[in-house]
Design a protein around this ligand. Structure first.
Ligand code: GDP
Length: 314
């Protein structure tokens, strides 16, 4: 996009569904550009209505392939889809590392799909803050569904949980033993569980094991949970089980809206976003006031980190 565009004009274009404008706005917002605060305010106003689905699970389970299938399904229903591929272990944002995510990339030229990758380096205030910023842009662009996929290490289910409305946890038949060892965190945050690669042997056992493991999570005497996480089988490779999965996702979305849990989760998301905003500003304003004189005094042991830190925070 040539030249500089005034922030409000950029917002207007994003609201009209202009992908190039969204891409530019997203870069400004996540990189904390001077205009980012004005932009972020406007985008926040137009957000809050899309279903944000976090796709989590171990590397190789088929998250990317499944995400591609879900995009295809939603597009067949004429829904607009946003995809954020989050890679905490990479330093490249933009399109660079998307090259090998072919299942997703076949949708890259569809005007009803907006795909963006986010990496952690250079994100002032952390990746989580950047994800929130990106989500608000995608919602302003008119996305009905936003799929947030973790690529790379797969160690950050919890980070995804703090930004998503619905967590989809993907595993496979061959990961049966891993279910036993599955991090307690994953069991707790999952709203929908999928045994992908159902075309391979062991699907039924994996589904049964997962159901049993989830059942064990309910301690006796505990009130019946309003939402029982379903366990589904899919073959992202063959396209099997995708409409059932989409129905489960819709079911959870309806549950969130009916039960009030959706509003509670939105509030938690906002609390986290606010926390990161404050952290970012406080740290930056304090660090901006660190002078060479202060560092010199520290070398001479005239002051110490706690004393000077306290002063800088005042
Ligand atoms: P991710 O790391 O979780 O995103 O996994 P990918 O989507 O990159 O898939 C990892 C590998 O599993 C790739 O070679 C896929 O082609 C393959 N794969 C994905 N889904 C299926 C499936 O349903 N069945 C089989 N047999 N292979 C699959």
């Amino acid at each position: 996009m040539p030249g500089k565009i005034a922030p409000l004009e950029l917002v207007k274009r994003v609201r009209r569904g202009d992908h190039a404008a969204a891409s530019r706005a997203l870069t400004l917002v996540v990189n904390d550009a001077p205009s980012s605060e004005v932009l972020a305010k406007e985008f926040f106003k137009s957000s809050g209505s899309a279903q944000k689905v976090g796709v989590s699970g171990p590397p190789g389970a088929g998250k990317s392939t499944l995400t591609g299938r879900l995009i295809g399904y939603y597009r067949s229903k004429k829904l607009k889809v946003g995809v954020l591929m989050v890679d905490p272990s990479s330093s490249i944002s933009g399109g660079a590392f998307l090259g090998d995510r072919l299942r997703v990339m076949e949708h890259a030229t569809d005007s009803g799909v907006f795909i963006r990758s986010l990496a952690s380096r250079g994100m002032i205030g952390g990746l989580t803050y950047a994800i929130f910023g990106a989500i608000h842009v995608l919602e302003t662009l008119g996305c009905d569904k936003i799929l947030i996929e973790t690529v790379g290490t797969g160690q950050d289910e919890v980070e995804i949980a703090s930004v998503a409305d619905t967590i989809l946890y993907v595993t496979t038949p061959s990961m049966g033993d891993e279910i036993q060892a599955m991090k307690a965190g994953a069991m707790e945050i999952g709203d929908i569980f999928v045994v992908n690669k159902a075309d391979l042997a062991g699907k039924d056992k994996a589904v049964a094991d997962l159901k049993a493991a989830l059942g064990l999570g309910h301690s006796a005497g505990q009130a019946v949970k309003a939402w029982e996480p379903p366990v589904l089988a899919t073959s992202a490779k063959n396209g099997e089980g995708i409409s059932e999965l989409a129905s489960a996702l819709d079911g959870h979305w309806a549950h969130l809206r009916k039960s009030g849990e959706g509003r509670a989760r939105l509030k938690r998301q906002h609390a986290t976003e606010l926390q990161f905003w404050i952290q970012r500003r406080v740290i930056k304003s304090a660090l901006d006031r660190v002078t060479d004189k202060i560092l010199e005094d520290m070398v001479l042991r005239k002051t110490d980190p706690a004393s000077i830190g306290r002063k800088l925070l005042r």
